[in-house]
Design a protein around this ligand. Structure first.
Ligand SMILES: [Zn+2]
Length: 314
């Protein structure tokens, strides 16, 4: 028999589903915002897995991954364990079309949060108090920045072997070693012994169908591995990249990329150029090491120092 899941005074018993609000938050207009949490509790005992997206309001690919996941019949008929899905944690920023909250705070720097803090701090607190203690592990779905496309990738701390095992099960094309950043969900959950992997794919404000597909396939592989659903997704070749480095613009101008995101590059391979608008080539860009392009700037007009090509090395 599976474990019950408790949220907001409600109990979702084994074999039950529910949509519950994480909490209700009041905006300056006194408009009430509810953050929906979807709970699919299987009949048999198994792991409790969190799938969360929309931490940054403009990162749509992650939201689409979790939305696609909760529509599935195999998730609705979960065999064992429990799926906790939050397709959009940062509803306010989503409404504004921005990464950060209206007060300028990054929700993913508000953890572990506090009961009496700012809106971001209260959302973080509710997540940490209500959901995180009940899960075994989770995936936090993000999307690249404005004008930067990330090739579908999992980010986690390699020195923790459990992270590596989970990343391998998820099976994204790339896995990057990413040290903790202070006050993130990943770091705060880790202090409670809960592993959270970060998925990144595509560019903010845009759908990237390949990233959405890889994100969803990763969820299905995880759920299938723990026998929560009968079928997973086809296996992927996963490359672990221990280090990453940015190639930056040495001068301002128009950036031309010669390689697509996800491409393998050789050391000193020509990967792009920057020219001025009047026909002269200013300079060429070369890969500093052998590796993969994990992120790529899509903005043609660049300033000196801008991050252009993110390269991960094995
Ligand atoms: Zn993000």
């Amino acid at each position: 028999m599976g474990k019950p899941f408790h949220i907001q005074g409600q109990t979702i018993s084994a074999g039950e589903h529910a949509q519950v609000a994480l909490n209700i938050y009041k905006l300056p207009t006194h408009t009430l915002i509810e953050i929906p949490v979807f709970i699919f509790n299987g009949k048999e005992d198994g792991p409790t897995v969190l799938f969360l997206a929309g931490m940054h309001g403009d990162e749509i690919n992650g939201i689409e991954v979790v939305r696609s996941l909760i529509m599935r019949e195999d998730v609705k008929k979960l065999r064992r364990g429990c799926v906790v899905a939050i397709p959009l944690i940062n509803i306010v920023s989503f409404l504004y079309g921005t990464r950060d909250l209206p007060d300028g705070r990054d929700l993913n720097r508000c953890f572990p949060g506090s009961k009496n803090g700012s809106l971001g701090s209260r959302i973080a607190h509710d997540l940490m108090e209500t959901i995180i203690p009940q899960i075994d592990f989770g995936i936090d779905f993000h999307t690249g920045g404005a004008k930067i496309s990330n090739y579908p990738q999992i980010r986690c701390v390699f020195s923790d072997s459990k992270n590596q095992v989970l990343a391998r099960i998820f099976g994204a094309p790339l896995v990057l070693n990413a040290p903790f950043r202070d006050n993130t969900l990943r770091q705060s959950a880790s202090k409670l012994g809960k592993k959270i992997l970060v998925f990144e794919g595509g560019e903010s404000h845009r759908f990237d169908p390949y990233s959405v597909e890889e994100g969803l396939n990763g969820c299905l592989r995880v759920l299938n591995k723990f026998r929560m659903i009968p079928q997973g997704a086809p296996k992927n070749k996963t490359v672990f990249l221990g280090k990453t480095t940015w190639v930056r613009a040495k001068s301002s101008g128009l950036f031309h990329a010669f390689k697509k995101y996800g491409s393998k590059v050789r050391k000193d391979e020509k990967i792009g150029m920057i020219c001025d608008p009047y026909g002269d080539v200013e300079h060429e860009l070369y890969a500093p090491a052998k590796g993969y392009i994990v992120g790529l700037n899509n903005q043609p007009v660049v300033n000196q120092g801008d991050a252009l090509v993110h390269i991960g090395t094995e």
